[in-house]
Design a protein around this ligand. Structure first.
Ligand code: SF4
Length: 378
């Protein structure tokens, strides 16, 4: 067990307001490795991914890290700053199955190797199975899906780029008035209204970059596709729930007119009660079922075209709201880094995007089990 959650040793963790202005100017000019005036000295600690006390270096956003921050600030601290991640064998079965399906499809569509986190390179689907220690019955179900995919002669449009990067960049401009709430806290205490009035006279602004990154599963000149394997496909076929990812990807490229969600139902076959079933027998049972009703597994199945997927147009997503949210969230993340405001949101522990939060044992015990978790390499 290790306890790196206590940052009280860091003198700069609760910075004084006197050096705030300096920090924001530095923030705009910073590069990832340059030393910054006022660093507390712990910023190069090798056991953490990012220094918890460093509030100056920018952290790139992705649509998922924005969602994680909004769901639980403490989850964001653990994963994006301390760098905690669950060891691959301890991931949930749906996540492992999704990873395997994603890699199988990428290999099938032309990838020669797939880069995972921390420099791990997969050269075949079996590398994925071994790395994530995926159990034989889950492998059997995913194999059945892929065998059926080939048997059904499913095609995709040619002319794609696999794993094309998402690059979305904005400049965030903050006037001084952003920092002081416009409320009156009483005549005896600091009158924040007066602070605000004083600041209105202040014409300085702070500009810092917002960078949003990610990867399109397959990108074409005017659309993109996303591969998903899910226990609940309907969730991924509702623009309301895929708003964050799709809007971000549309915002990053003005030429994109629509997207296709290629969603596959993860086989739900239960264990047989009457007899022990081998993985091979399970795979055969699932495969037969998929071939008998492909539209139940490959969402949007088109028998004539031998394709599947559901199309959503750019106009079905509220891009303006997403852009405003990204710009606001980056400020809120910076505010949380400033004030150590990474509070826990116990409302979502049991249901973080349809699954229990994988950080629960850390939050329950206050320690990071080295058997279950690891810290990402810098
Ligand atoms: S277990 Fe709950 S409080 Fe802890 S990180 Fe997850 S969602 Fe946040």
């Amino acid at each position: 067990m290790r306890n790196i959650l206590d940052s009280s040793k860091c003198s700069k963790f609760q910075p004084s307001f006197d050096n705030r202005e300096c920090d924001f100017y530095q923030y705009a000019e910073d590069s990832e490795m340059n030393p910054i005036i006022g660093e507390c000295g712990f910023c190069k600690r090798p056991e953490t991914y990012r220094c918890v006390a460093d509030i100056t270096r920018s952290i790139p956003l992705s649509h998922s890290s924005v969602g994680n921050f909004l769901a639980c600030h403490y989850y964001y601290l653990l994963t994006k700053i301390i760098g905690v991640e669950i060891r691959p064998p301890h991931l949930s079965i749906p996540l492992k199955a999704g990873k395997l399906w994603d890699c199988i499809k990428q290999f099938y569509l032309g990838a020669t190797e797939i880069n995972d986190r921390d420099g791990v390179v997969f050269k075949s689907p079996w590398d994925v199975v071994n790395h994530y220690e995926i159990d034989p019955k889950t492998v059997a179900k995913v194999r059945a899906l892929f065998k059926a995919y080939k048997e059904l002669e499913i095609k995709v449009e040619p002319g794609y780029e696999l794993q094309a990067p998402v690059n979305l960049n904005y400049d965030i401009t903050l006037p001084p008035t952003s920092f002081i709430p416009s409320i009156n806290v009483g005549s005896e205490a600091i009158n924040l209204w007066q602070e605000r009035i004083d600041q209105i006279e202040d014409t300085r602004i702070w500009i810092f970059p917002l960078s949003v990154s990610g990867f399109y599963d397959r990108k074409y000149p005017n659309y993109f596709t996303e591969d998903k394997l899910s226990n609940r496909p309907s969730y991924l076929l509702d623009p309301f729930y895929i708003q964050s990812q799709c809007s971000t990807y549309f915002l990053a490229d003005l030429n994109l007119e629509y997207c296709i969600m290629e969603v596959v139902q993860f086989p739900q076959q239960k264990e047989l009660k009457k007899k022990e079933e081998s993985p091979e027998e399970l795979s055969k049972r699932v495969y037969d079922n998929i071939l008998s009703r492909p539209s139940n597994y490959f969402m949007g199945w088109d028998n004539k075209k031998r394709m599947y997927g559901v199309k959503f147009y750019r106009g079905e997503f509220d891009l303006k709201a997403t852009e405003e949210r990204l710009k606001q969230v980056v400020v809120e993340i910076q505010a949380a880094r400033w004030s150590n405001g990474f509070y826990k949101n116990f409302r979502v522990c049991g249901n973080m995007f349809n699954n229990p939060c994988e950080m629960r044992t850390i939050c329950k015990n206050g320690n990071i089990s080295e058997e279950m978790y690891r810290i990402r390499g810098k």
